[in-house]
Design a protein around this ligand. Structure first.
Ligand code: NAP
Length: 310
């Protein structure tokens, strides 16, 4: 268990924590896994499916004696959890989080943690639109990025140890500065989610006009928007409330581009549209070459049913 920890505490038992529990067991990365979630219902489900070795009745109980503590709750809940667990953390323990936003988590968590505990913020760039203790699977992190944003003065040994553990679950670990993380994620994840929410919202407004056609012909690109827009409302509310500056910056740029394309369409400027789409096509090729998606048609989902094909 060279890359593992004797005792790992998972606070929050949703998609990310349950995937970590499965991955740790698969790769033998933890001696004992304890877990805590807010509701009795989630704790009962976790106990019933044997998700962790010990489901605890409080976060304080879960972290007692843990060598690694993972905060896997929505971003808006991190500060209160940190305050609650702080007096119960083992000296020398590593505390990390998996929140989708980093600056707000650092501000909410770091002030509570005692000296001698290593706080190393993190974010796995992996997920699905599903939530809860039953939604996790062991391979979620395989070949996905896991960004760590170590703070100034972080112990390099602890950072190395955590990186080895995450790599043990199959992730590609990279380091990034906190503010940079939030800007990059606003581009690659947060704003695209907002656009998906908006597009599905527009379709919903038009429902009376289009009726069932929106669902029937949804494979024509719209289906991917609906999948993204089905993501957890609490998580995404917190992402936008806490990564406000970066998201507003990117949204401003997005709107400018949209107006430019709108104008090109109005003016019949085919050359402009063609050049624009040629550049964006090259970005997609870059993503495939970087191994972050498949080049297979329909994202490797197999042939769409004939009535759904475009
Ligand atoms: P999830 O499936 O909705 O699970 C959230 C868990 O947190 C649940 O077990 C929930 O307990 C618990 N929780 C919520 N508020 C709490 C509180 N105040 N105290 C204690 N536990 C609390 O969420 P997730 O997708 O695993 O997301 C967890 C974190 O990972 C978030 O910060 C998110 O930004 C980040 N993340 C998510 C994704 C993704 O695609 N989903 C990807 C990367 C990072 P109950 O069930 O009892 O409510």
């Amino acid at each position: 268990m060279s890359a593992g920890f004797d005792r790992v505490a998972l606070i929050g038992l949703g998609l990310i924590a349950s995937s970590m529990a499965h991955a740790m067991r698969w790769k033998g990365l933890a001696g004992e896994i304890t877990g805590y979630a807010r509701s009795a219902e989630t704790r009962e489900t976790a106990a019933e499916i044997g998700l962790v070795d010990r489901v605890c009745e409080s976060a304080a109980e879960a972290v007692a004696g843990a060598d690694l503590v993972v905060l896997a709750v929505p971003v808006g809940a991190m500060g209160a959890i940190a305050a609650e667990i702080a007096p119960h953390l083992k000296p020398g323990a590593i505390v990390t989080d998996v929140g989708s936003v980093k600056q707000a988590v650092v501000e909410a968590v770091a002030p509570h943690l005692p000296a001698g505990v290593q706080f190393i913020p993190g974010h796995p760039l992996a997920g699905t639109e599903h939530s809860g203790p039953r939604s996790g699977f062991a391979t979620l992190f395989v070949n996905r990025w896991w960004l760590l944003t170590p703070l100034e003065g972080a112990d390099p040994v602890a950072v190395e140890r955590l990186s080895g553990f995450l790599a043990g679950m199959g992730a590609n670990v990279d380091h990034m500065e906190v503010a940079r993380h939030d800007l990059v994620l606003a581009v690659v994840s947060h704003t695209p989610h907002l656009i998906a929410y908006t597009m599905v919202g527009v379709a919903d407004h038009l429902r009376r006009v289009t009726h069932e056609e929106v669902i029937k012909y949804s494979a024509s690109g719209f289906r991917d928007f609906t999948r993204i827009a089905a993501s957890d409302p609490t998580m995404w509310r917190d992402v936008f409330l806490t990564n406000r500056e970066a998201t507003l910056d990117i949204l401003g740029r997005f709107t400018e581009e949209l107006f430019m394309l709108q104008r090109a369409i109005r003016m019949g400027d085919g050359e402009m549209l063609f050049d624009y789409f040629t550049r964006t096509r090259a970005i997609r090729r870059g993503i495939i070459e970087a191994g972050q998606d498949t080049a297979e048609p329909n994202f490797g989902r197999g042939a769409p049913p004939p009535e759904a094909a475009e």
